[in-house]
Design a protein around this ligand. Structure first.
Ligand SMILES: Cc1ncc(COP(=O)(O)O)c(C=O)c1O
Length: 389
């Protein structure tokens, strides 16, 4: 019987133990036993797929990976301790000295640091491509370009890359296409359908969805995941089985949670339309979004993140944040609890004004991660804070 991916996210489970538990068990163990030396030899020789050590594999971790593969339509996967260890692990597994990485310029801050600061140590070069000018990307590809890396929608600019176009470009030049699908989740878009070879997530965000654990996951083509596995098995960025257990349980409710996040985000966008304190609102499924048509083509809904630009700039941004009564001021996103952030005075304060502008960050930019509280309460808190700035 072939099951819908949402059903698989609920029903995939490690084989039931003799205790006949209904909810999935947690294998919180560093290593696994063998009945005799021959079994142990065969496991190390990879003649079977027995678990050896939780840095290599673990049944609870595998359950989380299997669910993510079902949701993303992927052949295989590997789970890591955080989103950043997933990103660094993929770069290290596939890029060698002398290689070139083509990345979209709007990437998460720590990813930017890895690309611009640490990859240089291994003589791995990069070019940044402007998401607003796709016509310039092909000219940035070099004979040694090994990988194309993009986030879509981007953090925090909510810009969108046309994955159908990018998938064709990567195929034409035989380059690995890696997509950070953290903001959309597989509920809203499946990059593999558009030609991505690898898809990764900060599972810390919407996949957990309740602000509890750090985690990361990479899924994609079997032969590429095998190389990533061999690199990670030796270098050790593996996820804790406990965190994988939490994340596996979270995936059972991913679809319903994301649908409600989208409902609340849409209600917020509607309430903010035409507000006199705002220059603009940005939401992938709002017709004013510059990449609205692309978002509609590749996403099923607009997601749980909404940004707006306050007319009063940086000062208004700080006042808005201080006036909030319910929304949390915290540097996470994708939680049941709504979260506000002001990127120009916090996460992106080290960028120059020009650099901020080029990744769609204006002085008055506020990012709202719309939670699962009743929409009327989220809207009321934001409206009263807008009155005060
Ligand atoms: C798009 C994106 N990718 C990667 C990361 C890093 O993930 P983690 O914090 O789990 O290491 C983040 C964190 O905010 C993110 O927003």
């Amino acid at each position: 019987m072939s099951l819908h991916p949402n059903t698989q996210a609920v029903r995939i489970q490690t084989p039931r133990t003799n205790e006949m538990e209904h909810s999935t068990p947690l294998f919180l163990t560093s290593s696994f036993c063998f009945d005799n030396s021959e079994e142990m030899r065969a496991a190390f020789a990879e003649e079977n797929d027995s678990n050896i050590y939780s840095r290599f594999s673990n049944p609870t971790v595998q359950e989380f990976i299997d669910k993510m593969c079902a949701l993303e339509g992927a052949e295989a996967g590997f789970a890591t301790a955080s989103g950043m260890s997933a990103i660094f692990g993929v770069f290290m597994a596939f890029l060698s000295s002398g290689d070139h990485l083509l990345s979209c310029k709007s990437v998460f801050g720590s990813t930017h640091t890895i690309i611009t600061k640490y990859l240089q140590r291994w003589k791995i070069d990069y070019s940044y491509a402007d998401i607003k000018h796709p016509e310039t990307w092909e000219s940035l590809i070099r004979p040694n370009t090994k990988m194309i890396y993009v986030e879509t929608p981007t953090n925090p600019g909510l810009d969108i890359v046309d994955m159908e176009w990018l998938g064709a470009l990567a195929r034409k030049h035989n380059i690995i296409l890696l997509v950070d699908n953290c903001f959309a989740t597989p509920v809203l878009q499946k990059p593999i359908d558009y030609g991505a070879d690898l898809v990764l997530h900060s599972a810390t965000k919407w996949l957990d969805g309740q602000g509890r654990v750090l985690g990361g996951v990479v899924v994609g083509k079997k032969e590429l995941i095998r190389d990533l596995y061999l690199f990670c098995r030796n270098t050790g960025p593996s996820i804790s089985p406990f965190n994988a257990w939490v994340l596996s349980k979270s995936l059972e409710t991913l679809d319903v949670r994301i649908q409600r996040h989208c409902d609340n985000a849409e209600a917020l966008v509607k309430a903010l339309e035409g507000h006199p304190k705002l220059n603009s609102i940005k939401y992938p499924f709002h017709p004013s979004h510059p990449m609205y048509e692309i978002a509609k083509k590749q996403m099923t809904r607009g997601g749980g993140l909404v940004t707006f630009d306050l007319k009063g700039g940086v000062e208004a941004g700080k006042k808005f944040m201080d006036a909030l009564q319910m929304l949390s001021l915290t540097s996470n996103l994708g939680d049941t609890r709504s979260i506000a952030s002001h990127p120009p005075s916090t996460t992106h304060s080290k960028l120059s004004r020009e650099e901020q502008e080029s990744v769609s960050i204006t002085p008055g930019l506020i990012r709202i991660s719309v939670g699962l509280e009743h929409a009327s309460d989220i809207i009321a808190d934001i409206m009263q804070a807008l009155d005060k700035c």
